[in-house]
Design a protein around this ligand. Structure first.
Ligand code: MEV
Length: 329
């Protein structure tokens, strides 16, 4: 936005200027392996899921207060409900960090990322908002600054965060990720299909992350052993991807689920959906994301298998399924 537009805004006359626009976008993600363990420094493998995405548009507000409009809340930013405190924090941090002028803005959010399904909705909305603010004010926002700011919102949303959701909502490649390390992008390019199944049950990442932390305090040996096993599986899983060994990858997904279950972050409906995938011939299946609801993934060798597996997952309770051809990812 230029000076002329700012001074036009100050005249409070909507007729003699074209409102400038800030736009930002981000997408969803799928964690293939390593969720929860990644909070404790174990590597994780994740990929962007662009079918589910969010876009944010910002214009000067016609009222004297900043307002936000979305499917879940419409009203002044100052009155946003507690569960949106992360977005408020990201807006404050963007404005403060870049010394941006105080002015009433109108934020319009459009998203088809289901909330609370372990698909990284909170990070994606925050990333899209931060990018829209940067665009509106013509600020150069580096990836590093974006991650720092959004992760501070994520700490509010999820209690503690590995930073994986933030990274995945703003990156275009699958990555091998380890907290505080440079992510390693790679191309999946596997002759296989991934089924993503939404249990329809709202997952609770914050509660799940807190419960693993509590279990670590209560049974440190057990949890550390589980984290070590997950670490081994993730590293073998990455090797299997590089070797294009989809059978081995499937096996490791299933082992990973076993340990997530042991850590108490699965859900009976998720377990039912995952079991249905195994019985329908999946190479492997597991929960994905924060758990306690949310989504499951399954790996299939052929498109036909993937369809049968998706159908079995739906019969077992999945409300929606997506099939991704991993040869093009
Ligand atoms: C949530 O999508 C992934 C978790 O590992 C939390 C995190 O990495 O911050 C459960």
């Amino acid at each position: 936005m230029n000076d002329n537009q700012i001074s036009n805004m100050n005249t409070n006359d909507d007729t003699d200027y074209t409102p400038s626009l800030g736009q930002g976008a981000a997408h969803s993600k799928i964690i293939l392996m390593g969720e929860h363990a990644v909070v404790y420094g174990v590597p994780a493998i994740a990929m962007p899921f662009k079918v589910a995405s969010v876009s944010v548009k910002i214009t000067p507000s016609k009222t004297n207060r900043s307002r936000l409009e979305s499917d879940y809340y419409s009203g002044p930013i100052s009155l946003m409900p507690d569960h949106m405190a992360n977005l408020k924090r990201v807006i404050e941090l963007m404005l403060d960090s870049f010394n941006l002028p105080e002015q009433a803005l109108y934020y319009h959010i459009e998203s088809n990322i289901p909330i609370g399904r372990g698909m990284g909705s909170s990070a994606a909305v925050s990333v899209a908002i931060a990018r829209a603010i940067a665009d509106f004010y013509d600020v150069d926002l580096s990836d590093y600054q974006l991650q720092l700011i959004v992760n501070q919102g994520e700490v509010i949303a999820h209690e503690s965060t590995s930073g994986l959701d933030t990274l995945m909502s703003s990156t275009n490649d699958p990555v091998m990720y380890q907290k505080s390390e440079q992510p390693v992008p790679f191309s999946l390019n596997l002759k296989a299909f991934l089924i993503l199944a939404d249990s329809g049950i709202e997952g609770q990442t914050k509660k799940a992350v807190a419960s693993v932390r509590q279990l670590l305090e209560e049974r440190p040996k057990f949890v550390k052993e589980a984290l070590n096993s997950i670490e081994r599986f993730v590293k073998l899983g990455y090797q299997a991807i590089l070797n294009k060994d989809v059978n081995e990858l499937g096996r490791l997904l299933t082992y990973n689920h076993y340990y997530l279950n042991q850590l108490g972050v699965s859900h009976p409906t998720l377990d039912r959906i995952i079991q249905a995938a195994w019985y329908a011939g999946a190479l492997g299946a597991k929960l994905t994301g924060g758990g306690l609801g949310g989504c499951a993934i399954a790996l299939a060798e052929t498109a036909k298998d993937a369809e049968l597996i998706a159908e079995a997952m739906e019969i077992a309770g999945a409300k929606q399924t997506w099939i991704l051809n991993l040869e093009s990812e």
